[in-house]
Design a protein around this ligand. Structure first.
Ligand SMILES: *Cc1c(COP(=O)(O)O)cnc(C)c1O
Length: 365
């Protein structure tokens, strides 16, 4: 392959579009005639202001974000949001969480530090291999919000239908599915995602939040750090302090690339096509089995196993030797996991499937 690159199936940080990396490379030492690299530039400069403004505008266009939603670029990854969400959104001190895997469990455990958190549904009984029925949950009358992780990166599940929140606002962690398909933003009070799964370099989260949910810093408990108030970021255009300029820049380049290739509808088609190649193979294989109930399968993260840990390890080693990488599954699921994010070309998935087919055909126990 070009540049001796490999097919990188990492769950995150993960593959980026080659065209974006090339443009970043071409502008590395002198960004558009500024005489500087974006890494060297003041975040207060006109050049950088244009970068962040365009990034936001392009994201708004891609997701058709309504005007009454704020877009913020915040540091601390998705993990800091596990705390910022209860700190900012709790008025009654009550929230309802649906736990469908490691990431929503972490968010749930963190939120418990800040209020009364009700676990209204979970799929822990079957190692998070499905999404529970969320059509009639015991939503608390005084819940400030209902929380989900919409695509569980480790377990490979995704919601086909959003929960019935009975009028409460929905908060969704979309880290590993951000921009993978069209999204109706007004169904949510807040959407957020760490960018290193499907968008750009690690160390940043994008928060999309309905304006009326952003409370004045003075209304929050005094112990809430200034940095952790959404109002701080909203009022300062994501530049209360020095932002992650590099990540904002590269994410912005990815947004432009996505617009160019047809936006989220086009991405959705490509992602379904890629995942289908993988799932069709798993369904036909005797050796490899998907770990998720069919109707809840993710299009982004595809975990699968063989009959034994030893064989799993053998396959992982063989894939690595053949020019694929990061296919080892997370320890809580085991086996293998192929992450087929936006930037993974169809050829990469086809090559992996061919390799696994050949492995199975030639395998002698
Ligand atoms: C990776 C991931 C996180 C954590 O992201 P960080 O940026 O490392 O904090 C949270 N939620 C989901 C769904 C993830 O995939």
């Amino acid at each position: 392959m070009k540049y001796d690159r490999i097919y990188n199936f990492s769950a995150g940080p993960s593959i980026l579009p080659e065209e974006v990396l090339e443009s970043v490379r071409d502008n590395l030492l002198n960004y558009e005639g500024s005489g500087m690299c974006v890494m060297e530039m003041s975040h207060r400069s006109k050049v950088f202001q244009k970068i962040i403004d365009e990034a936001e505008a392009d994201l708004r266009e891609l997701m058709a974000i309504p005007d009454n939603y704020k877009v913020m670029f915040i540091q601390g990854g998705a993990t800091l949001q596990f705390a910022m969400i209860p700190m900012n959104l709790m008025k009654n001190g009550v929230a309802d969480y649906i736990v469908t895997g490691n990431w929503s469990k972490k968010a749930y455990q963190e939120a418990k530090k800040y209020g009364k958190i009700n676990l209204v549904a979970t799929s822990e009984d079957k190692n998070y291999s499905y999404i529970p029925d969320c059509s009639d949950l015991p939503i608390s009358p005084d819940a400030d919000y209902v929380y989900i992780c919409e695509n569980e990166t480790i377990h490979g599940t995704t919601y086909q239908k959003l929960p019935n929140t009975k009028g409460k606002i929905l908060v969704s962690d979309q880290s590993s599915m951000f921009l993978s398909k069209p999204c109706n933003v007004s169904d949510y009070g807040m959407i957020y995602g760490g960018v290193q799964k499907n968008i750009g370099p690690a160390g940043m989260v994008i928060v999309i939040i309905r304006e009326d949910l952003i409370r004045d810093t003075a209304e929050l408990p005094t112990w809430v750090p200034t940095y952790c108030s959404y109002k701080t970021h909203a009022d300062n255009g994501s530049m209360y302090n020095t932002p992650n300029c590099w990540s904002i820049y590269v994410c912005g380049q990815v947004f432009k690339y996505l617009k160019k290739i047809g936006g989220l509808e086009a991405m959705d088609k490509r992602n379904i096509e890629k995942a289908k190649i993988m799932y069709d193979f798993l369904d036909a294989s005797q050796m490899f089995n998907g770990t998720v109930e069919k109707e809840f399968r993710s299009w982004m993260n595809i975990p699968f196993v063989t009959a034994s840990k030893e064989l799993d390890a053998e396959v992982v080693a063989a894939t690595k030797a053949a020019g694929f990488d990061n296919l080892k599954g997370h320890k809580s699921v085991g086996g293998l996991r192929a992450s087929t994010y936006n930037a993974m070309p169809k050829e990469g998935v086809e090559a992996l499937v061919k390799f696994l087919k050949d492995f199975e055909a030639n395998y002698k126990a």
